[in-house]
Unconditional design. Structure first.
Length: 176
């Protein structure tokens, strides 16, 4: 890579290019993860929230509403553990049980306004942490990086729209 240019010679093979991007994303994640995890841990401890509960809230936001079995599958929990976790989220007001329109005997779990507010607060803390880390980088490089990431996300969302049966749903857009 030329030290004066932020753009290195890119591999022409798509697999090699994807591998290189993956390696760079992993390096970036390692660089910021300590600070992100500290911010997340502070919030989880302050709110007496477990990592499994936070994961469940994120899955509920991504999927709108889930059965307890669906939540168990997505979080890797057993059905009894997911049921217990559901009870705690409902008791805390972060989630609510709703009637399943396709099966009146079954219930779906959905985020409440408080659940959305908790996740929005966590998103803000993550964003603040990213701003602290990236605030040390030059404006031109930050703009180029943001434009490139936006282009990658646009392409991924377009592919997801063409393949609606994908197992990994698109991440909801940030409301901010």
């Amino acid at each position: 890579m030329n030290q004066n240019s932020p753009t290195p010679d890119l591999p022409s093979d798509p697999a090699a290019a994807a591998q290189r991007l993956g390696e760079q994303m992993k390096a970036l994640h390692r660089y910021v993860s300590g600070q992100l995890m500290r911010a997340m841990q502070d919030q989880l401890q302050g709110d007496d929230m477990s990592f499994s509960q936070m994961t469940a809230l994120h899955q509920l936001r991504a999927h709108a509403a889930l059965s307890i079995g669906g939540l168990a599958d997505l979080t890797g929990l057993s059905l009894p553990a997911a049921s217990h976790l559901t009870d705690r989220l409902v008791q805390r007001g972060f989630a609510e049980r709703r009637e399943n329109p396709d099966d009146r005997r079954a219930k779906l779990l959905a985020l409440t306004a408080d659940g959305h507010a908790f996740l929005d607060s966590m998103d803000r803390r993550f964003n603040e942490t990213y701003q602290q880390v990236f605030g040390r980088v030059g404006v031109d490089l930050l703009g180029a990086a943001a434009d490139t990431i936006e282009a990658v996300m646009t392409e991924l969302h377009a592919q997801d729209a063409r393949q609606p049966d994908r197992t990994c749903p698109p991440i909801p857009e940030d409301p901010e």
